[in-house]
Design a protein around this ligand. Structure first.
Ligand SMILES: Cc1cn([C@H]2C[C@H](O)[C@@H](COP(=O)(O)OP(=O)(O)O[C@H]3O[C@@H](C)C(=O)[C@@H](O)[C@H]3O)O2)c(=O)[nH]c1=O
Length: 181
């Protein structure tokens, strides 16, 4: 596993070593010891999630105001444009974001520690999205920032208006968002 740094030091793109042969391929999709070495601390994951979405579905930008979740995300079918926004108030990169294409083909993973809002849009016909989280989902603490927030100004792939959940249609502007307690 190789870590690629990004413009926000705590956000890492991870590239697994893939062993291909005439049967197909094999790779370690998670190895706790190697992961901890790459991120430089002990991380404990408590929940695994799996979602499937059709093209131009956008989920995000999500975070929890308590029990913030670090997320290790990847795609096992299709392609997504994935984004993490720094919402740590005392961070020098507060309000800045990093985007990365994740696909079944590139097998890249994105490590998004606690303190970021996260979202993605599906750019293939369908996409299956898998992720591990460092804390449990808690609907009471869950919040959504508007995907098209003008201050964050994410350059999403040009697919037209995305399909959103009702929760994400009601998302707040970054300027009005609640932060961690
Ligand atoms: C997130 C989540 C949802 N659910 C339920 C609630 C709801 O009925 C259904 C669908 O939930 P949502 O619409 O919130 O799913 P979704 O929009 O896919 O939410 C996810 O989006 C991405 C971008 C993230 O970063 C995740 O942390 C998570 O917020 O699944 C759980 O049971 N456990 C969970 O951990």
């Amino acid at each position: 596993m190789k870590a690629i740094t990004t413009s926000i030091p705590d956000l890492l793109i991870l590239e697994p070593r893939v062993f291909g042969d005439d049967r197909g391929f094999f790779f370690e999709s998670f190895n706790q010891r190697k992961f901890n070495e790459l991120v430089g601390r002990e991380v404990d994951f408590v929940q695994d999630n799996h979602s499937c979405s059709v093209k131009n579905v956008l989920r995000g930008l999500h975070y929890q105001i308590q029990q913030p979740q670090g997320k290790l995300v990847r795609v096992v079918q299709g392609t997504v444009f994935d984004v993490a926004v720094d919402i740590r108030k005392n961070s020098p990169t507060f309000g800045k974001h990093v985007s990365v294409e994740l696909s079944a083909e590139n097998k890249r993973m994105f490590w998004i520690p606690e303190g970021f809002a996260h979202g993605f849009v599906v750019t293939s016909e369908t996409a299956e999205f898998l992720y591990k989280t460092t804390d449990y989902w808690n609907p009471e603490f869950e919040r959504s920032i508007l995907w098209s927030d003008p201050e964050i100004a994410i350059k999403w792939p040009n697919l037209g208006i995305p399909a959103l959940s009702s929760k994400d249609l009601d998302a707040k502007l970054f300027a009005d968002a609640e932060y961690f307690k």
